[in-house]
Design a protein around this ligand. Structure first.
Ligand SMILES: [Zn+2]
Length: 284
């Protein structure tokens, strides 16, 4: 599942190749891919045709493309979505869902999604910030993210620290993998109650979250330069440089204890049993 560094890499790639171009034609090949666009596929095409893309913006894992009409295309990649730039002569992908053609000779923008959990929609008047995603908090790489605000908010919450990191209204862009990595660096178990974190501990944790995302972004950013914008094709750095995620039974890189895997919200959490002891008194 693409996390913030992957989505940011896609944003940078798209910005390079679609900004300033005018949409000529829109083909919706699978209605599920635009299910969040309630007026339907015909309307989706009609409001996009002839519009120029002004920018590519991101909030958390959502992308939006402001248009010269004041509307915006809002996109989420879901589990397996890809936004690809492909020359017109290239064969259609098996899971091609939406094709956007421009009024120039440049490549098409194709939304490809095998599992179709992701999708596109047009947000009316959403060029500055689509209302559909206005509830999502800024991510820690955003220059306007407030560290003090985050620290105060997480300490007010009566929840567990990993759940808080995944709460998009508190902090966005942190998925399962990078949450585990940041918690390992902070030497905190994900089940630690947030209201018992000290202010310095919460600041430290935020620093680790930012470091983990920043490092992943650097690797994702350097491996991307092709015309082909592919979030799944460049997952090499997922395995490289991960300290705990997916390393069940392997020695902790800090203390040597075997990494443990625990069930967490239909997924898995990875942590070091020695560096990240479970909180002694489980809540509730
Ligand atoms: Zn350890």
């Amino acid at each position: 599942m693409p996390e913030l560094p992957e989505v940011e890499t896609v944003r940078l790639g798209l910005a390079k190749h679609v900004v300033g171009r005018r949409i000529a034609e829109v083909e919706v090949r699978h209605p599920r891919a635009i299910r969040r666009h309630l007026p339907g596929p015909d309307h989706f095409g009609a409001v996009l045709r002839g519009r120029r893309i002004l920018d590519v913006a991101r909030r958390g894992k959502y992308l939006w493309l402001p248009l010269d009409s004041g509307d915006a295309i809002v996109g989420h990649l879901g589990m397996s979505g890809q936004l690809l730039l492909q020359p017109a002569e290239n064969a259609d992908e098996t899971h091609l869902r939406v094709r956007i053609t421009f009024d120039d000779d440049g490549p098409q923008l194709r939304f490809v999604d095998q599992r179709t959990f992701g999708g596109l929609a047009v947000s009316e008047g959403g060029a500055v910030l689509p209302f559909e995603i206005a509830h999502i908090a800024r991510d820690p790489m955003d220059p306007e993210f407030s560290d003090a605000g985050f620290v105060a908010a997480i300490r007010r919450k009566r929840t567990e620290v990993k759940r808080a990191l995944l709460d998009q209204t508190l902090i966005s862009g942190v998925g399962n993998i990078y949450a585990d990595e940041a918690l390992w660096r902070a030497m905190l178990h994900g089940a630690r109650p947030t209201d018992r974190l000290t202010r310095p501990a919460a600041h430290r944790l935020l620093g680790h979250v930012r470091d983990v995302l920043g490092e992943a972004l650097k690797v994702g950013g350097t491996s991307f330069d092709a015309l082909y914008v592919d979030v799944n094709g460049q997952s090499g750095y997922f395995e490289r440089g991960l300290n705990v995620y997916g390393r069940e039974g392997l020695p902790c890189k800090r203390c040597g204890a075997p990494i443990r895997r625990e069930a967490f919200m239909n997924r898995s959490s990875f942590s070091c049993p020695r560096c990240q002891p479970r909180p002694r008194v489980p809540r509730r």
